[in-house]
Write a protein that binds this ligand. Structure first.
Ligand SMILES: [Zn+2]
Length: 383
């Protein structure tokens, strides 16, 4: 397959007019100029590495944690329309029994994953090891301190597919952080009420990831700086950002961009099952929520409960806030998180011998085509 007449965004530059050759599942040629070979003429549109969402709970009616055995595939097929080629399935706080059931089902799915849409890379467990003071939409009665034995049992049930855990660093003495690192699981501090200085313990052990900066964490306070300040002050820490324009105001998106730079931001959705569905009432785990446009909030309290925006919407929102060069934008959508998850040698940027994980965007940055490992899994019109 050849993708031609493309504006190709590489790591270090943009090829204004070029073409890509894909053989089997990989990119074999990236070349400047035109070709007479037959191929897909994208008419000058942007060609970028596929987006990677490391924090999503569902969408298109799918709640990862409940439903029939086809729900994982339903999500993988539908989410490709957002330009996502790879993602981590995130779970919220649940009872141990429900978590065991979920991680077993998830492990079975991962063992038999067929390539029909975007590809799941593993799980991101967000809760129950979080602070009751910063619980967000998580069920307060089920929260607990980080527990190695429980985590190990869920790793086993998932067929060793746990890739990331969000937890409140102050609820453990560092032993939980060491356990995750020893198991090649990315530790991510979040849903925490810690003071900024408390982050040093886990940072010194190797924590370099922060869950949805500014949301569900101690913030910027001149006398009692919280995790948000520590995250901003440590230049080499990668921060997840829900850039839907609702969870974080565009002015604050700019502050994060100016302070962290594109090198240490990854855009996430944190989306729940109502993403991609009409406005109305839905359930997030056991909690009743209301979706209105791109906002999803608890019915009882109005607290934001996950998110309802698509990944491409969040990309456009961040772009509009900062107007960054496209070579910077792809760091925030693909490169940084691929490096964090240890898969940058095979995906996360457009380069020969890497997997053909590609998104095509029009001039408004709307998705017109998504290619996962060399297969077109979404296109919104005939080429
Ligand atoms: Zn989440």
């Amino acid at each position: 397959m050849i993708i031609k007449n493309a504006k190709i965004v590489l790591e270090d530059k943009v090829i204004e007019t070029g073409y890509l050759v894909i053989e089997n599942n990989k990119i074999t040629v990236i070349h400047q100029g035109n070709t007479d070979e037959p191929g897909i003429d994208v008419k000058g549109q942007w060609v970028l590495p596929g987006f990677i969402d490391c924090h999503v709970h569902g969408g298109y009616g799918v709640d990862f944690e409940t439903g029939d055995e086809h729900r994982f595939e339903t999500f993988a097929i539908n989410v490709a329309q957002e330009g996502i080629t790879k993602y981590l399935q995130a779970s919220v706080t649940n009872s141990l029994e429900n978590n065991q059931k979920y991680y077993q089902e998830f492990g079975n799915f991962m063992a038999n994953q067929t390539q029909i849409g975007a590809k799941c890379l593993g799980a991101h467990m967000e809760g129950p090891f979080i602070s009751p003071e910063r619980k967000g939409a998580h069920e307060p009665t089920l929260l607990m301190s980080p527990n190695i034995a429980i985590t190990q049992s869920l790793i086993d049930l998932s067929n060793n597919n746990l890739r990331m855990v969000t937890y409140a660093g102050e609820l453990q003495d560092g032993s939980y952080t060491k356990f995750l690192l020893a198991n090649q699981i990315t530790p991510s501090i979040g849903h925490t009420n810690m003071e900024a200085w408390e982050f040093a313990k886990d940072y010194n052990l190797g924590v370099r990831h922060i869950t949805h900066l500014f949301n569900a964490m101690s913030g910027v306070d001149q006398r009692r700086p919280g995790l948000a300040v520590a995250a901003l002050n440590h230049p080499d820490v990668l921060v997840e950002v829900i850039s839907d324009g609702i969870h974080i105001h565009p002015d604050t998106l700019k502050l994060i961009y100016d302070h962290k730079t594109a090198d240490h931001i990854c855009i996430i959705t944190d989306a729940m099952n109502a993403k991609g569905l009409p406005d109305g009432e839905y359930k997030l785990g056991e909690l009743e929520v209301v979706k209105h446009q791109m906002t999803v909030a608890l019915k009882a309290t109005g607290v934001l409960a996950g998110a309802g925006a698509t990944y491409d919407h969040n990309v456009r929102t961040y772009y509009q806030a900062c107007q960054m060069p496209m070579t910077e934008l792809i760091k925030m959508t693909s490169i940084n998180i691929a490096k964090q998850l240890g898969i940058f040698e095979v995906t996360g940027s457009l380069a020969t011998n890497k997997l053909a994980d590609i998104v095509v965007l029009d001039q408004q940055l709307k998705v017109t085509m998504t290619i996962v490992e060399g297969r077109i899994v979404y296109q919104n019109h005939e080429y």
